[in-house]
Design a protein around this ligand. Structure first.
Ligand code: RI2
Length: 307
């Protein structure tokens, strides 16, 4: 349990971050935990796996990739401890392999939509969005990227570092400069922490202002998302919770210690309605947000039976 707790802590503190990465880390953590689990009965095995799953899922409430991965990995049918262990191991390895392949596929599919000379704006640090951008570049398209700083955790800097390694020219802007620069861009590409059945995107705080500005300027707004970023339980009306993180991420508490009338809010994500999204690039092809339900039905059906 110690190693699993360490992974959970890394996810909570965002040392491990990005909706896809935390899903893979959780799959690995459950797999390794199950492999070393010393129990005397199947009942005990089930309880331990259930508790470990809830513990991992509770680390970050918004990215649906996390519960989707944990639930998929812990789907075992055997009533025998060793067999169940093997099932978990197989499920986890398959999930991790598919997640890696999904990023590659998204890159290939999305890159086709990028034209030579395009200026792309991106927000935060999405490995799925970056896969599209770097694939287009490697396919010989001369492109450049405007990356937002993405306060308060400044994941935009990770994006800049990543693109710089490829030799892709970048411009770093503060989040509030998004509308000012929108006229210069050809398209926007962002990732996803969750997509609901009605095509609403949940992604890093500030994404919806990019979408609004893009809509106003009639620029293409593209979302890059693996199928495991879609939320099955939104079909029955469950709402996606927006994670509210510590105000310490925004401002040093010492600087505001004497401001007794102040409250600092730090929501990590926001909602972008489907009508502002032109397309979602998934590992099974490009879809309109209007048919998000089909992705859930076809690719997360194992989860639908449970809700
Ligand atoms: P990939 C991140 O969340 C960002 O919101 C990013 O757009 C999204 O996950 C998807 O990232 P955070 O962990 O899975 O930085 O595409 O809060 O890497």
């Amino acid at each position: 349990m110690q190693k699993l707790k360490e992974t959970a802590e890394k996810i909570r503190t965002m040392e491990l971050r990005g909706a896809g990465r935390i899903a893979k880390a959780a799959a690995e953590a459950i797999r390794d935990y199950a492999a070393g689990l010393e129990v005397v009965s199947m009942e005990e095995f089930n309880t331990c796996i259930r508790e470990a799953s809830s513990f991992l899922i509770s680390t970050r409430p918004t990215a649906v990739s996390l519960p989707n991965a944990v639930k998929l990995v812990t789907k075992y049918s055997s009533g025998n401890i060793e067999e169940a262990r093997k099932e978990i191991l197989g499920n986890a390895n398959l999930f991790i392999e598919r997640a890696d392949k999904a990023l590659e596929k998204i890159g290939k599919i999305g890159a086709r939509r990028i034209k030579d000379g395009d200026i792309i704006m991106t927000h935060c640090n999405s490995h799925a969005a970056l896969s599209i951008i770097t694939t287009a570049f490697e396919n010989g398209k001369s492109i450049s990227v405007i990356a937002t700083e993405s306060r308060p955790r400044r994941q935009g800097l990770s994006t800049i570092h990543h693109l710089n390694k490829f030799g892709i020219p970048t411009t770093l802007i503060v989040d509030s400069a998004v509308r000012y620069y929108m006229k210069d861009v050809d398209m926007i590409i962002v990732g996803a922490d969750a997509i609901s059945t009605n095509g609403t995107l949940v992604n890093k705080i500030g994404t919806s202002q990019l979408a609004l500005a893009a809509h106003e300027a009639r620029k293409t707004f593209m979302v890059a998302a693996e199928t495991f970023k879609f939320s099955p339980s939104t079909i029955v009306g469950d709402l996606i919770e927006i994670e509210e993180r510590s105000s310490d991420e925004i401002i040093d508490p010492l600087l505001i210690a004497d401001l007794s009338h102040l409250q600092v809010k730090n929501p990590a994500f926001d909602f972008t309605p489907a009508r502002y999204i032109d397309m979602i690039v998934t590992d099974v092809g490009i879809i309109s947000p209007a048919i998000a339900y089909v992705i859930i039905k076809e690719h997360l059906s194992w989860e639908l039976g449970e809700i």
